[in-house]
Design a protein. Structure first.
Length: 95
């Protein structure tokens, strides 16, 4: 089955959990990448090494370039990260 590539910018308290559940049903796990938080949303903070491993694993610490193999990327990502990764994907959010 062919899958369209999409990027979902999750805004807190804006249907993200419901939408993530729908995406999980529509896309096989090997086609999905999700993270709770994009590192660039933390204004230059770089001391992720000080965090407990279970907290640190919730952060996407890359620059987006290595996610090109995924069909769907969802989470609290910046627009810049998602558009670098999923061009020419359909990028959307829910408000």
């Amino acid at each position: 089955m062919a899958f369209d590539r999409i990027g979902f910018l999750h805004l807190p308290k804006a249907a993200g959990t419901s939408l993530a559940a729908a995406v999980r049903e529509a896309y096989p796990e090997e086609h999905r990448f999700g993270a709770w938080f994009d590192r660039c949303l933390y204004d230059g903070f770089e001391r992720f090494d000080l965090m407990a491993p279970d907290v640190r694993e919730r952060f996407y610490l890359g620059d987006g370039s290595e996610l090109g193999g995924f069909h769907v990327i969802a989470g609290h990502f910046s627009y810049g990260t998602i558009t670098r990764t999923l061009d020419p994907a359909q990028v959307f959010t829910v408000m």
